[in-house]
Write a protein that binds this ligand. Structure first.
Ligand code: GTP
Length: 213
């Protein structure tokens, strides 16, 4: 990927959230992108899309989060959007055993439609509702280990582990997608000013990612 003079080097990375309806996929992604949470539930219609600029291990990344509807009736639409996702977050609700038992089938659907090399994360959301818990953390951990995924419990409501989940996943994706730069650095520098990013970035780093933005 070449750096266009006057234009900062930017990588675009597509992530996707998958899981049953009402597990909190929209809430997790909205907490991450806008630091907001609402008790009001509007089921996602088909697919939704959010963007956040991030500094991931010194790389300037435009993170696209594709938030899929969990309702069965949208299945044929949502699977169309799996392609190109470099990171996938499978979400279940720790107060809903059924949503946990469906993770296997969501994994199969992703395997059928998504990229083979996508990094995967399992997330047990709503961990603020301890008194209603139906899935123990050990169960989540075990399933994640079996499937070679990372695992965290989160609360979109109380903002527990949300940033951590995305940073861990993005770090893996960026690590996997961008081979280490071996040539000596050139002197040009770019300064990113958007969003959360305020660091000065070396324009030579980050060879190639999911796609160039
Ligand atoms: N207590 C608690 N409630 C949550 C949390 N995350 C989401 N909720 C609530 O759970 C309900 C469903 O959340 P959504 O984010 O709409 O769920 P979804 O998975 O996107 O649902 P679909 O769009 O139908 O697939 C809403 O009422 C949220 O307020 C959480 O961490 N804790």
């Amino acid at each position: 990927m070449d750096l266009i003079p006057g234009k900062r080097r930017e990588l675009t990375c597509k992530l996707i959230t998958i899981g049953d309806t009402n597990v909190g996929k929209t809430s997790v992604s909205t907490r991450f992108t806008d630091n907001q949470f609402s008790y009001e539930s509007f089921n996602t219609i088909g697919i939704d899309f959010r963007i956040k600029m991030m500094n991931v291990n010194g790389k300037y990344v435009k993170v696209q989060i594709w938030d899929t509807a969990g309702q069965e009736r949208f299945r044929s639409i949502t699977t169309e959007y799996y392609r190109g996702a470099k990171g996938v977050i499978f979400v279940y609700d720790i107060t809903d055993k059924k949503s946990f038992s469906k993770v296997n089938s969501w994994c199969r659907v992703f395997d059928a439609w998504g990229d083979k090399d996508a990094e995967k994360m399992l997330v047990g959301n709503k961990c603020d509702l301890e008194e209603k818990r139906q899935v123990e953390p050990e169960e989540g951990k075990k399933l994640a280990e079996e499937k070679g995924m990372m695992f965290y419990e989160t609360s979109a409501k109380d903002n527990i582990n949300i940033d951590h989940v995305f940073m861990k996943l993005l770090s893996k994706v960026v690590e996997q997608q961008i081979p280490e730069v071996t040539e000596p650095p050139r002197p040009n520098k770019v300064v990113a000013v958007d969003g959360e990013l305020s660091t000065s970035l070396d324009a030579n780093t980050g060879k190639k990612c999911c796609s160039s933005g």
